[in-house]
Design a protein around this ligand. Structure first.
Ligand SMILES: Cc1cc2nc3c(=O)[nH]c(=O)nc-3n(C[C@H](O)[C@H](O)[C@H](O)COP(=O)(O)OP(=O)(O)OC[C@H]3O[C@@H](n4cnc5c(N)ncnc54)[C@H](O)[C@@H]3O)c2cc1C
Length: 459
């Protein structure tokens, strides 16, 4: 621990040297700067360094090391565990590093480490290009990508990490390294799922794909049709091309334009079919869903970047999530899924059944993302407002996972869970991969400075 006078002098120097802003607890703006997406997280860092370029990140890392501070890295601030912030440590906040530059000829995009999904999608859209992104616009590309990355396009373009071409990283020593298939290939491998364990990613380069058209069908049903909807959806996906994705969602009708006023506040089962192609092909695919009695339909072509903003979850709410990958979706499991939906706690909570397969399963199997062969995933996502509902909402998530466990592959997607212990981190990376990643951690971060993540302790 540094003496108060050393710490004070170092903080003054950091304020002087950093192009971006620096916040200490007594500064105006500190509370806004430490707030993350999950309102259950209330951490008080000693210093928040809002970096605006790579030099700032290097300075901030060296400042943290000199003062022996634990370092958290903030991308979009969406992690449910709140690992973007810490108590009494340093936060390297990348929220102002959001530049995105598209190279249409090379079909590649360079994204700064603090960009959000909407920065990426909006920059690519005018070129008719896209890559796999998350399903809401405000998620940080950094945490999303380093953890694997799933979204509406993964069945045709693979997981987000399958599209990674290069990463610019500042290590725990404050050194700059570039990782790609040719440069530091072992580090590059580890960045395909190993999260923020190896340093601060200041920029990513990703492969882009042509996406000239995008269409979708969102249908709302009364919950009594849930069993038929889930079965119909399963059969539809089994026969669908890789361009089709989406999910079956249980939700409480939110006060949004797509929900008829009489259904706001009511339990609903929704089927979402997204399609990376023209509306007419999507409409044919959606016929079995349209044939079921439904209360609302939104069907048509829509720019991909607009679809990405449709389901944005409200910030400032309490969150608790988990997930399980499934070996299949037999009728018995679909009944369990529907029962979980019927027990949905209040507010903005959702339960989603995501189809996998396609390019996810066909993708490269050498990376530490062991879940790619699972055909389905279930994701209970509790979102609520009143602390009095904390235990009820957490218990509902645990119950959904317990119900899914007999059908689970045992793998997990770390970006969809909070802090569930080291065994779950191993399950999210694969036991053998975990050992190899621990060796990589020893090389790049032997003191485990970057520990606010799904942590891999150095071997
Ligand atoms: C509303 C919502 C919807 C979501 N939808 C999806 C989805 O569709 N698909 C999906 O795959 N995931 C989804 N997620 C999960 C999301 O991928 C994870 O929460 C992810 O960790 C968010 O990244 P972030 O940068 O916003 O978070 P942060 O909390 O800022 O960071 C998460 C972790 O990544 C590290 N990190 C972030 N950026 C960097 C960087 N540049 N360099 C080094 N380390 C970094 C942080 O230190 C932290 O450990 C969703 C999350 C929310 C809240």
């Amino acid at each position: 621990m540094a003496s108060p006078s050393k710490a004070g002098a170092a903080l003054a120097a950091l304020r002087e040297e950093l192009v971006g802003d620096v916040f200490a607890p007594s500064d105006a703006g500190y509370d806004e700067a430490r707030t993350v997406f999950n309102a259950m997280i209330d951490k008080r860092p000693a210093v928040i360094a809002q970096c605006v370029n790579e030099d700032d990140v290097v300075r901030a890392v060296r400042f943290g090391r000199d003062l022996d501070l634990n370092i958290a890295v903030r991308g979009g601030g969406h992690s449910v565990a709140g690992s973007a912030v810490n108590d009494n440590g340093l936060v390297i906040d990348l929220r102002h590093m959001r530049a995105v530059s598209v190279d249409p000829a090379a079909e590649a995009v360079r994204i700064a480490g603090g960009a959000t999904m909407t920065d990426l999608d909006r920059a690519c859209q005018p070129h008719g290009l896209a890559t796999t992104g998350g399903r809401v616009s405000t998620t940080g590309v950094g945490g999303f990508l380093l953890g694997g990355g799933t979204g509406w396009l993964d069945r045709c373009f693979g997981l987000a990490v399958d599209n990674l071409l290069g990463v610019e990283l500042v290590t725990a020593d404050g050194e700059r390294v570039h990782a790609s298939a040719d440069e530091n290939p072992e580090l590059f491998w580890g960045l395909h799922g190993g999260g923020g364990n190896f340093g601060v990613a200041t920029a990513f380069t990703l492969k882009l794909h042509a996406l000239p058209e995008f269409s979708m069908a969102l249908l709302l049903y009364l919950p009594e049709f849930g069993r038929e909807v889930t079965r119909t959806y399963r059969e539809l996906i089994a026969a669908a091309p890789d361009e089709a994705s989406g999910g079956v969602i249980y939700l409480t009708g939110p006060p949004e334009d797509f929900v008829p006023p009489h259904l706001v506040g009511s339990l609903l089962c929704a089927a979402l079919l997204t399609y990376a192609g023209p509306e007419e092909d999507m409409r044919k695919l959606a016929e079995p869903l349209l044939a079921l009695p439904h209360e609302q339909e939104i069907v048509g072509a829509m720019p991909y970047a607009d679809v990405q903003c449709m389901l944005d979850d409200p910030p400032g709410m309490r969150n608790y999530w988990s997930a399980e990958y499934l070996t299949g979706a037999p009728d018995e499991y679909l009944d369990v899924f529907c029962a979980g939906g019927e027990a949905l706690p209040p507010s903005a909570t959702i339960q989603v059944l995501f189809p996998q397969g396609g390019a996810i399963a066909a993708g490269p199997h050498e990376y530490p993302v062991p879940y790619r062969d699972a055909p389905w995933a279930v994701h209970p996502f509790a979102i609520w407002e009143d602390p009095a509902d904390d235990e009820r909402c957490r218990q509902w998530v645990r119950d959904v996972c317990a119900g899914a466990r007999p059908y689970s592959t045992g793998d997990v997607y770390l970006n969809f869970i909070g802090d569930e212990g080291t065994d779950r981190v191993k399950a999210g990376l694969g036991a053998e991969n975990f050992q190899r990643l621990a060796g990589l951690k020893r090389r790049y971060d032997p003191d485990n400075v970057f520990r606010f993540n799904h942590n891999i302790a150095p071997a």
